[in-house]
Design a protein around this ligand. Structure first.
Ligand SMILES: [Zn+2]
Length: 163
């Protein structure tokens, strides 16, 4: 297992619609293991394969105190409600933005065993899943900004003042 390097905007792989996984073979298992390592290394709550340069419909999500959820060929089955959220992306570092996400979401996907799973999520978990599924369609959160005013640079830490 290894930590993969992250692709950053404007890398074209982030704008491509990722291909479905046809067979969950050792290469896909290895990709998932490496994505989990890479997500942990970067303190992310989710990661999509295009972010590590692989245009395949694979995402991993890990909410605090929860096991990792592997989503292969995920599809949104249902969305409900909306809420304003603040969001960032490992592929667009240095910024946070205010956008609208669904309150609740139901996703259908395959797990690593090739079984169909349905995942229900709300709040932060729903936000993370929508964010990662967007990546599989070449969409970044900045595409959802209503206005450029809603994008904020993260302040670098101010140097300590010496009096
Ligand atoms: Zn992202």
């Amino acid at each position: 297992m290894s930590i993969l390097s992250l692709r950053h905007h404007p890398d074209p792989v982030l704008r491509r619609k990722a291909r479905p996984v046809r067979q969950i073979d050792p290469a896909v298992r290895r990709l998932v293991a490496d994505m989990v390592d890479t997500m942990h290394h970067n303190f992310g709550v989710g990661l999509a394969a295009p972010q590590v340069g692989t245009s395949l419909r694979v995402a991993v999500i890990e909410m605090p105190e929860q096991p990792v959820v592997v989503l292969i060929n995920p599809e949104v089955v249902k969305r409900r409600g909306w809420r304003q959220v603040e969001e960032g992306c490992l592929s667009y570092p240095g910024y946070r933005g205010e956008i609208t996400r669904s309150e609740k979401i139901v996703i259908k996907a395959l797990n690593l065993e090739g079984e169909t799973i349905r995942v229900k999520a709300e709040g932060l978990a729903a936000q993370a899943m929508e964010h990662e599924l967007d990546h599989l369609n070449g969409v970044l959160y900045i595409d959802h900004l209503e206005d450029q005013d809603k994008l904020f640079p993260l302040e670098p830490e101010l140097p300590q003042q010496a009096d």
